[in-house]
Design a protein around this ligand. Sequence first.
Ligand SMILES: Nc1ncnc2c1ncn2[C@@H]1O[C@H](COP(=O)(O)OP(=O)(O)OP(=O)(O)O)[C@@H](O)[C@H]1O
Length: 255
Amino acid sequence: MTTVIEVKNLRKVYKRTRKVAVDDVSFSVSEGECFGLLGPNGAGKTTTLEILQGLRSATAGEVTLFGLNWKQDETKLRGLMGGVMQHNNLYEKLKVKECVELFASFYPSYTPIDTLLARFNLSEKKDAWLSELSGGQKQRVFLAMAVVGNPKLVFLDEPTTGLDPTSRQEFWHIIKDLKAAGTCVMLTTHYMDEAEFLCDNLAIINSGQIIESGTPSAIINRTFKTPVLKEPRKATLNDVFLKLTGSTMEAQSYA
Ligand SMILES: Nc1ncnc2c1ncn2[C@@H]1O[C@H](COP(=O)(O)OP(=O)(O)OP(=O)(O)O)[C@@H](O)[C@H]1O
């Protein structure tokens, strides 16, 4: 299968604070795959995603997307990928339709805006200011902005944070549809059920370093090699996360 993302020995040290946010991270993502980056707060997920999106420079290491790199192929790469920096107040000054039109203008071709708004259940809100939307509606707009140009690769940073369970599941199905259409998705999440449902492969990152990677089931099996004696249920990715990132409670019952 074609490799879409190739990250080799990526390192990021923030100059002012000398904080090592990403420390020798390597992974690759294939075409049509959903790849998840999981980790506790401050683990280095957003930093990694921002470097991959060409929004931040790396201190060391190599990032290749579709065999291209940001230094030489920025224009080409922008046309192949989608993603939205969500914590940007600029969008609050725009209406829903304007936000999506703005992103559509970055691409040579795009999905008709009204079709996309209908697909994301936003038709009724097309003339609303972004500041007037609920958290879940805003997230849907951000996703619409990210995919309007039919990118081959989409970056989603905690796309379902703050959503109610129904909205989260709606979101998951939209992402599954994207995947089914051949789009490669890279996401960060704090929700282990989300990662288990959506991700073909994932990496768990802690203090800037990848401490586990693979398919969700392979990671679960590796982390809990011994049969689960104390608890009759099967181990989940949540148990893996708690065990590997230093939390105790549930994870100890599998130790
Ligand atoms: N602009 C910056 N300058 C200095 N340090 C930063 C900067 N941005 C992030 N950091 C630090 O780098 C580390 C990694 O941050 P990052 O935002 O990548 O983590 P994260 O895994 O996305 O966390 P969260 O789950 O809380 O969003 C943290 O210690 C953070 O304080």
